[in-house]
Unconditional design. Structure first.
Lengths: 348, 146
């Protein structure tokens, strides 16, 4: 291994052990292999996919989870250049091979050989982790650790908006105002949306949506969402609908919320079957465009943060210590009436 | 025995039904599965193998080779199945990274992840022969150190 900071032999880590089972364990500090660096993790955000895994058991037991990280380089493995101990970084959670047909066609999110730190390999709810150097992004001096820990969800939102082909002046509906939904509101406005309407039942999250620039927030439990969207879009429906909710009902509702010829981008992770109105899809020539993770947009998100053009503060509800990751993190976020959006975990 | 053969399927039934832990984890399960081993002609695996089994009350009630309508279809290139059986890739990780393609209600499938993990542990004990460039890999009683 190349130059390294002084690191201990063991570290604390949050390990996924099954459904509703995340445990703190002591693990050896990993050693970076060829092409890898050792990171000292400062902060790591709890992602919606971590919550789905917590609820339904979607990850491999034994994995240290966590991938929305802010860190500094603590060691450099063989065959790595350009990185030094102390460099402030974040890392892409999609590490693509660069060689498969999808990578060669510019679709690294679809890589055939993808590895995903915190999902398929050990991740960042730990004091240290190793990651491929090619996944790293350097943080500009003006980018805080909190912003860096939001780089992943921010880039996912930007990727979703790119995938939508959203045009200047479009009317947008975002269903679900969790962290990704909130950041998608911001991304849509940045891309030139005329207005962004949000559908959200949770009052705390509805308030955050307005803070992020939503023109209106509709509670689908109290109002008829189709009628209200029609009122706000001259009876046309939204030009683009982003479904940032993982509920099958929300996903199914998008078929009639979008205008004829419009685009729907399912952003949320929905593992259950969805009732799909294919008659509307066919007769209205709707386009459904999946979006998964992100890649190029990491650099974009960090640039926007450095320029002061990307807000994350409204999305962050709290910073908790690692040893409270279950009680003050996962268990708070899985409650349907939670007031929290994004919770960050600090390692030291 | 050859991976993907009817002989292998019957051994799968024997091994799973003989394991008290798997019976406990799969208690009440009644789903059916197809495992589709996609060919890799460039690596000497010329054929597609399809192996199926049906659960009834937590035990493997029926096994077969060939297509049938099942609750779930899990398909992947032959290499991915080898990686899973060798332990180089976890089955859950294979599903979440889409290396193992799933047809069926993925949430329902993953809700049985404990029994899936136990099943893969048990499959690793079956003396298994692979094809093509994977022929040198031996699992189960024929494996080095087993």
């Amino acid at each position: 291994m190349g130059p390294t900071a002084t690191v201990p032999k063991t570290m604390k880590a949050a390990v996924f052990c099954g459904k509703r089972d995340v445990r703190l364990e002591t693990r050896p500090v990993p050693v970076p292999g060829p092409g890898e660096v050792l990171l000292r993790i400062n902060l790591c955000g709890i992602c919606g996919s971590d919550l789905e895994a917590y609820k339904y058991g979607l990850y491999q037991p034994g994995i240290i989870i966590g991938h929305e990280l802010a860190a500094e380089v603590a060691g450099v493995g063989p065959e790595v250049s350009g990185w030094e101990v102390g460099d402030r970084v974040t890392a892409n959670d999609v590490v693509s091979c660069g060689q498969c047909r999808y990578c060669r066609r510019g679709r690294p999110s679809l890589c055939d050989s993808v590895t995903m730190p915190g999902v398929t390999t050990d991740g960042a709810y730990a004091e240290f982790m190793t990651v491929a150097a090619k996944a790293l992004f350097r943080l500009a001096p003006g980018v805080s650790d909190i912003e860096a820990a939001l780089a992943d969800p921010s880039s996912n939102a930007l990727h979703a908006v790119r995938r939508s082909g959203l045009g200047l002046g479009d009317r947008v509906l975002v269903v679900g105002a969790g962290p990704i939904g909130l950041l998608t509101v911001q991304a849509a406005l940045l891309a030139g949306a005329r207005m962004v309407i949000v559908a959200e039942m949770n009052p705390a999250r509805a308030k955050l949506a307005l803070e992020m620039g939503a023109a209106a927030v509709i509670d689908p439990a109290r109002e008829n969402l189709d009628f209200r969207v029609a009122d706000l879009t001259e009876d046309q429906g939204a030009d683009v609908v982003f479904c940032a909710s993982g509920s099958p009902e929300a996903m199914g509702s998008t078929f009639t919320l979008v205008r004829k010829g419009g685009v729907v981008v399912p952003v949320g992770i929905c593992e259950q079957p969805v009732q799909a109105d294919f008659l509307s899809l066919v007769m209205n020539e709707l386009e459904y465009r999946g979006t998964y993770a992100s890649y190029d947009e990491y650099g974009l998100a960090l640039d926007l943060m450095a320029q002061g053009r990307w807000r994350v503060a409204p999305v962050v509800s709290g910073v908790i210590p690692l040893d409270q990751i279950v009680e003050e993190g996962f268990e708070v976020l899985v409650r349907p009436d939670t007031k929290a959006a994004k919770i960050l975990v600090k390692m030291r | 025995m050859k991976f993907g053969s009817l002989e292998y399927a019957k051994k799968l039934q024997e091994v799973l039904n003989g394991d008290a832990e798997h019976r406990r984890l799969a208690k009440g399960e009644t789903d059916s599965y197809l495992f589709v081993l996609e060919p890799e002609p460039a690596k000497g695996v010329a054929e597609r193998y399809i192996l199926g089994y049906a659960m009834a009350n937590g035990k493997v009630a029926d096994v077969w080779t060939g297509e049938r309508k099942t609750t779930f279809v899990l398909s992947a290139p032959y290499a991915i199945w080898v990686d899973i059986l060798e332990g180089r890739m976890g089955p859950i990780a294979a599903m979440t990274t889409r290396r193992l393609k799933i047809r069926g209600n993925i949430l329902r499938l993953l809700s049985g992840s404990d029994s899936t993990l136990r099943m893969v542990e048990l499959l690793r004990t079956i003396p298994t022969e692979f094809e093509g460039q994977y022929a040198s890999i031996k699992l189960g009683a024929g494996a080095k150190g087993a």
